[in-house]
Design a protein around this ligand. Structure first.
Ligand code: 5GP
Ligand code: ZN
Length: 138
């Protein structure tokens, strides 16, 4: 998605309204318009990047530092029992907004949400998969 058509860039520029809860030079946090629970917040780098994999080291440090601050504030504000922090990277993983963002989702005992169901029943070739991943840190 181009920066000009990106709704999160528009929120950064103030062209689209949002309930902003935290802001610094590099990062903005605002309430998700369609929350999983009350207090569900999105934390984004102000600079447009398609997803988390495109951020450099400094941008990751700034983003994740803000994520921790936001998570603490959200947890206190909502009296949450726990927090899910997550990212959807790529269409196959459920990404719909192609401007990097981190979900901070307050969770409550018995709120009815389930973790991913494990459909993949066969044990994979762990050794081969681990080897392939290790070879790709380049
Ligand atoms: P993802 O791309 O990780 O699937 O999720 C994008 C998230 O952005 C969704 O949870 C959706 O509800 C939220 N979202 C989409 N458009 C807007 C918007 O215009 N404003 C706000 N505040 N949230 C949005
Ligand atoms: Zn953007």
């Amino acid at each position: 998605m181009e920066e000009e058509n990106c709704v999160f860039c528009k929120i950064v520029k103030g062209e689209v309204p949002a309930y902003k809860v935290y802001e610094d030079e590099f990062v903005l946090a605002f309430l998700d318009i369609n929350p999983i629970n009350d207090g569900h917040t999105l934390v984004i780098p102000k600079k447009h990047h398609e997803d988390f994999l495109h951020l450099d080291e400094k941008e990751i440090a700034e983003l994740m530092h803000a994520v921790q601050k936001v998570a603490k504030a959200v947890k206190k504000a909502t009296n949450a029992d726990g927090i899910n922090i997550g990212m959807n990277i790529g269409k196959a993983a459920g990404q719909i907004i192609f401007h990097a963002h981190v979900h901070v989702i307050p969770r409550f005992e018995n709120d009815g949400y389930k973790h991913w169901e494990r459909k993949h029943k066969d044990k994979p070739d762990f050794e081969e998969i681990a080897k392939r991943i290790k070879e790709n840190f380049k």
